[in-house]
Design a protein around this ligand. Structure first.
Ligand code: ADP
Ligand code: 5GP
Length: 207
């Protein structure tokens, strides 16, 4: 008899420029993981293509999705654009028996955690606050107009770290990548995650 398990929901947050997307990609290198592609009202960056990391929609389409209950969570970030996680990823992850990775802000993380108690949350920290500006400018994707609210919001986001189970300092990328992968791998082994499977093994005398 094969057993289905609930997907592990992994939330990754942190200030803009801390390296969330870079580290989420490291988690996605693990087998049986998938990304929750968010919807946003912000304009795509030059390197961003529709549907890969985000689905880009206008304000009225976003509002329609809120009204029809399509979002697991949604929030206005930096007092500007709207971002939301569609519920359908949770269904897909269940169907595909994969763990689901959400890169969302601190407001969204609160909403998801109240709805999915077994979810885990990882907070990404830069080696120093000053490094955020260097990394955002170094990324070369955002205008100063876009960078300013991201830096202004950083302090407030950093203060939310206590709501998370894990904090990973993204100084050395290789090590930080191994850390986020190790967190996911360890969480998969919690005895509370697959009690039916353990019970089945205990009852499997004679092979
Ligand atoms: P976020 O998703 O948090 O806004 P990104 O993952 O886009 O951040 O990273 C911001 C920039 O910093 C990118 O140019 C990325 O390549 C770079 N970066 C990420 N991690 C490191 C690191 N450990 N050391 C140096 N640069 C990094
Ligand atoms: P960016 O515009 O730089 O890609 O993202 C800005 C912020 O929005 C980041 O903190 C990112 O984690 C957050 N974000 C991205 N997608 C979502 C989402 O679906 N929901 C919420 N609440 N925040 C999101």
């Amino acid at each position: 008899m094969s057993l289905t398990r609930e997907p592990l929901v992994v939330i990754v947050s942190g200030p803009s420029g801390s390296g969330k997307s870079t580290l989420v990609k490291k988690i996605l290198e693990l087998p049986n993981t998938m990304l929750s592609v968010s919807y946003t009202t912000r304009q795509p960056r030059p390197t961003e293509s529709e549907g890969k990391w985000y689905n880009f929609v206008n304000q009225s389409e976003f509002q329609r999705m809120i009204d029809s209950g399509e979002f697991l969570e949604h929030a206005q970030v930096f007092g500007r654009n709207w971002y939301g996680t569609p519920r359908r990823w949770l269904r897909e992850a269940r169907e595909q028996q994969k763990d689901l990775v959400l890169e969302i802000d601190v407001q969204g993380a609160k909403q998801v955690r109240s709805q999915i108690p077994g979810s885990i949350a990882i907070f990404i920290l830069p080696p120093s606050v000053g490094k955020l500006a260097d990394r955002l400018r170094g990324r070369g994707q955002d205008s100063e107009d876009e960078i300013a609210p991201r830096l202004e919001g950083a302090q407030q986001e950093l203060e939310c770290f206590k709501d998370y189970e894990y904090a990973v300092v993204n100084d050395d990328l290789e090590r930080a990548g191994r850390d986020v992968q190790a967190i996911v791998l360890a969480e998969r082994c919690r005895v509370t995650r697959e009690p039916e499977r353990i019970t089945q093994i205990l009852m499997s005398h004679g092979g």
